[in-house]
Design a protein around this ligand. Structure first.
Ligand SMILES: *Cc1c(COP(=O)(O)O)cnc(C)c1O
Length: 350
């Protein structure tokens, strides 16, 4: 049996119908270019409605650009950005945050479980005040984090409190913010600016679009000339309507939240189905749309032999990601194959 769905990455999924329909609708005749079109206006307003306030909104192609340019806008080149050692900006962006900020150094903090804490932020921010160390200026947190763990609203509020106290701006990498909102049962406003976030990179791609992330500045003093940053970085889409339209489709239909709820539910379904297997245990809480497992290498090899793709280098565990279109039939087949391998190794009758 060749798996018809894979759970290595939520980026394996295609485009959801709501995003696709909006692109088709936007594909009518001519429109002004470089963001001067009605779709960009509508999408920006849809995000203002979603976040329940005035904010400055920009659309870029991917998350690396969104994070890097947002952080660059918070910093001078001699500043430092505090992040968890497992943060995507630190481990998966090829130095782009440093590159686009002309050298602002990421100050990565060893963070078991992938979360920064008020204490760890305070410790590194106050560790040095001499001229030889990058001057801390911003903190970035990933919500949910790289291990699929969600910061509670209280945790974010506590982090933003220490940021205010120390004069640090708070950035959120929300590549899967929709999944965090679904998990917390809260609104995007509660998850971000009401908890003290100054700027969020809100992921569209993993939520069901072909491409596109929105950078939303709640502190509008931080977005000065951001359009120039986007252009210089090669992130200003000439046919911007096609980056913008999917946001309108996703937000107006509520698909953004339904997709995230479905993905999270599939992760929980998988976790429940494999609970209690011999020598298999969850590496992190299943808060959002991922399940990380510790399992004997023989079991993981067996899964690979059965045709399943997945990564084992993130968080030192095997990672399974559930996308907006995860099919419970294939989720269950993955779980059943894992169970068969684990039981065979433990010589438990299947
Ligand atoms: C996927 C992801 C991004 C965006 O990555 P790109 O490949 O640059 O679009 C950013 N942060 C996190 C935590 C991610 O998982």
């Amino acid at each position: 049996m060749i798996p018809q769905q894979q759970f290595a990455s939520d980026n394996y999924a295609g485009i959801c119908p709501e995003a696709m329909a909006a692109v088709t609708e936007a594909n009518q005749g001519h429109a002004f270019s470089y963001g001067d079109d009605v779709w960009t206006e509508k999408a920006s307003n849809a995000l203002r409605t979603l976040f329940e306030r005035e904010c400055d909104v920009f659309f870029v192609f991917n998350g690396t650009a969104a994070n890097s340019l947002a952080l660059a806008s918070l910093c001078y080149s001699y500043n430092g950005v505090i992040c968890a050692s497992s943060a995507h900006v630190e481990t998966d962006e090829c130095g782009a945050p440093e590159f686009f900020s002309n050298g602002s150094k990421l100050l990565n903090v060893p963070s078991p479980g992938g979360k920064l804490t008020p204490e760890s932020i305070r410790a590194i921010a106050t560790s040095r005040s001499d001229i030889h160390f990058p001057k801390p200026r911003a903190v970035t947190i990933t919500q949910p984090n790289e291990f699929g763990v969600v910061y509670s609203l209280d945790e974010i509020r506590a982090i933003s409190k220490v940021c205010r106290e120390l004069g640090l701006k708070l950035h959120m990498d929300g590549a899967r913010l929709a999944n965090a909102c679904a998990s917390l049962g809260c609104s995007p406003a509660e998850a971000t600016w009401r908890a003290g976030v100054d700027v969020v990179c809100f992921g569209g791609t993993k939520n069901g679009m072909a491409v596109g992330e929105a950078i939303v500045f709640f502190d509008r003093s931080l977005s000065a000339d951001f359009d120039y940053r986007c252009k210089q970085a090669g992130q200003l889409a000439s046919k911007m309507r096609f980056l913008a339209a999917p946001w309108v489709g996703m937000l107006e239909s509520g698909a953004w939240r339904r997709n995230a709820e479905h993905a999270n539910a599939c992760a929980r379904r998988f976790a429940a189905r494999i609970a209690g297997l011999p020598q298999v245990r969850q590496a992190f809480p299943v808060d959002a749309n991922s399940v990380f497992l510790h399992a004997p290498q023989e079991v993981l090899d067996g899964l690979h032999r059965r045709g399943w793709h997945f990564y084992s280098f993130i968080g030192g565990a095997a990672r399974f990601m559930f996308a907006w279109d995860a099919d419970p039939v294939w989720v269950d087949r993955l779980a059943d194959d894992l169970a068969a391998e684990a039981k065979a190794l433990a010589k438990v009758p299947a």
